[in-house]
Design a protein around this ligand. Sequence first.
Ligand SMILES: Cc1ncc(COP(=O)(O)O)c(C=O)c1O
Length: 390
Amino acid sequence: MTKIFSCANMIYLDQAATSHPKAEGVGEAMFFYINNVCANVNRSTYAPATDAAIHVLETRELLCELFGLEDPTHVIFTPGQTVSLNMVIKGFLKPGDHVLVSPLEHNGVMRPLTQLLEHGVSFDRIPLCGDDELDYSAAERLIRPNTKFMILTHASNISGVVFPLDKASEFSRAHNIALAIDAAQTAGHHPIDLKKTPVDALCIPSHKGLRGPGGIGALLLSPSFASKLDPLITGGTGSDSHTEIQPTYMPDRFESGTPNLAGIYGLYAALVQLKNGKVASRRARETVLLQQFISGLDQIDGIRQLGTRDLSRRVGVISIDCTAKMDNAEVADALSSKYSVLTRCGLHCAPNAHKTYGTFPQGTVRFSFNSSNTADEIDFALDALRKILK
Ligand SMILES: Cc1ncc(COP(=O)(O)O)c(C=O)c1O
């Protein structure tokens, strides 16, 4: 008989990997699509297909409302964050282009960029300065005549440090460089308003802070960037069927093939929960939990904490290095096997972030939470750590 493992009876502090539990109504919405609707979009005109089309459009509109984008046709559904990042990087860059990145990027950014090195694209990493800030003076010095693009993680998946969007947006506009933001760790955790801080490409996953399903993500594009971006994937769109040439209009230009409609129904349900300023209230709650956890860690010997202590520039991701006392993998294993506290250890797909923080190659134990976690869970995790490291 198959044994059923469930995160439900455990203390889930791995929200940076994927959220648990999903938002209310997500599972039901997906079930509803699969069992009742089950029709494609843009291809047929019968009632269930119309229901699917309305859901797709309304999901675009909810994303516009949440992130301050004007035009729903510039919301592109993708199979997830990694695909969004590849679409932006490989669709925009040409041989000879130069790119600026932060030193804390995830491999979702660094591997496509490294792949393009062979095709004549180059990049430089902007160093950090002061208290975990991006050094924009150094960035000025790194700019070359062929610098075309800046790609930044909005928040590090290692230290939780946030790179404020206003500074990134100002810098990119001042230097006429396109700006893409990897909002994997901030979408749904930290307010983002593209009206106030324009970004050319905002990449967001559904399954992390938005608490939607996996296998679906979105790319929110500025009109000028969209017009310069080549589609990475082309094919059937259900539109312009008289021609074998990819449509140039939005969103069809970037949305070929049948989308993950169950995923879009699930994401729709997750986004409904975020209406009316919910992200700000979730963030406030996460900051309280973060403060509680950091203060507790301060009382335990043998732990090195990564990242700024300025909580206005943090999301609920905390990495600790315990190697002064114990191997990090053993700590994470003891947390899950003895105390049912679920964390993640290792390098978290961001090797250069660990080199920057001096935690390469040993990595860290990463705790990550969202506003569905409780103060009791934080206390329990701290107590477990105290016992493991005593
Ligand atoms: C900062 C960052 N970027 C990109 C990704 C890739 O996301 P996904 O695996 O959902 O495609 C992650 C995943 O953890 C991440 O934390």
